[in-house]
Design a protein around this ligand. Structure first.
Ligand code: UDP
Ligand code: MG
Length: 321
């Protein structure tokens, strides 16, 4: 690190979080101001339908550290983070959820590691509080599956709560893929990475915006972005089925020639056909998942549409867009 003072950016994706914003502001400001260095808090309002935007605007009026990016509609958590990273100017950029599940005080530990020379410091959930068994179970299963089937080492039990050096943010800013799995991308870029453990708290107020359907979509984005394994499964299964069938054909012919009644009845045939039909449909669906994503890339629409920004000076941003 140089002798100059470092600038910090904190990015907060905000979607219908009016109950938590004042408390978030209080705790974040307490941590950030104690560092005695310049900082900004970039709140990305992802098309909230409540008064989140107005609350952030009021915060900005009394404290210019707070900046606001308003989306034209809801684009999703991962896109909101990406927009924040495009606009942030810090030498170190922290991503944190609005709902105080990620305690702002942990930022001090992230920064300490950054000072040791790490470029990505991710926060590892040593324990999760106040989440349903189903949620922590499916999440933990997902992290383990993706860890197994991808070539990128995406750390286990790690969300988007992390600190990234400016050069990491700039590198990631050049990657404009539409179905973004940010924690995967931030592992993919490399550089020096390390983790810090923390206890994931309960949501301060409100409810999760990740019901099962959205979790599944995020999981599919993560897997399809970093692995071809689901596609290759069709090949493996094809070989196995073809192999088993070949053996069966020989067996059937053999039994037939020697006068045995081989494989009686239509039920067997029907079950076999239905099973294979089902398997084929599943793989068509898997191919569809990839195909749809390819289509989204080809259309090349912008990642997000900003309707308004508050508190930014024109020239300053990490990745010009
Ligand atoms: N979020 C967002 N856009 C969305 C959904 C969520 O910006 O479409 C934000 C939300 O305000 C919060 C963060 O993403 O700051 C994580 O969401 P949430 O706490 O609902 O997810 P969970 O912690 O339950 O996985
Ligand atoms: Mg949360």
């Amino acid at each position: 690190m140089t002798q100059e003072r470092s600038r910090y950016s904190v990015i907060v994706p905000v979607y219908n979080e009016k109950e938590v914003l004042p408390e978030l502001y209080r705790r974040l400001t307490e941590v950030m101001s104690s560092l005695q260095e310049p900082y900004e808090i970039v709140m990305v309002n992802d098309g909230s339908r409540d008064q989140s935007a107005e609350i952030v605007r009021e915060l900005h009026e009394k404290d210019p550290h707070i900046k606001l990016i308003n989306f034209s509609r809801n684009f999703g958590h991962q896109i909101a983070i990406s927009a924040g990273m495009d606009y942030a100017v810090g030498d170190a950029v922290v991503i944190i959820d609005a709902d105080l599940q990620d305690p702002p005080e942990v930022i001090r530990d992230l920064i300490a590691k950054w000072h040791e020379g790490y470029d990505v410091v991710y926060a590892v959930r040593a324990q999760r509080k106040g989440e349903t068994f189903f949620k922590s179970f499916t999440a933990s299963l997902f992290y383990r599956i993706i860890y197994r089937i991808t070539d990128v080492d995406i750390p286990l039990d790690t969300g988007d709560f992390r600190l990234m050096d400016r050069k990491v943010v700039q590198t990631m800013g050049k990657m404009r893929e539409k179905h973004r799995f940010m924690r995967g991308l931030s592992s993919w870029v490399g550089f020096r990475q390390t983790g810090v453990e923390y206890v994931r708290e309960e949501r301060f107020a409100g409810e999760t915006h990740y019901p099962f359907r959205r979790m599944l979509r995020l999981a599919l984005d993560g897997i399809t972005s970093f692995s071809y394994f689901p596609l290759q499964m069709a090949t493996y299964l094809g070989f196995i089925t073809a192999g088993v069938s070949l053996v069966s054909i020989i067996a059937v012919v053999f039994l037939r020639l020697y006068g045995h009644q081989a494989l009686q009845g239509q039920a067997t045939t029907l079950v076999g056909v239905l099973f294979l039909g089902g398997v084929q449909l599943i793989f068509l669906g898997i191919i569809g998942e990839y195909l749809g994503r390819i289509y989204d890339e080809v259309k090349n629409r912008p990642l997000y549409i900003v309707s308004e920004t508050v508190g930014f000076e024109k020239e300053e941003r990490l990745t010009p867009r």
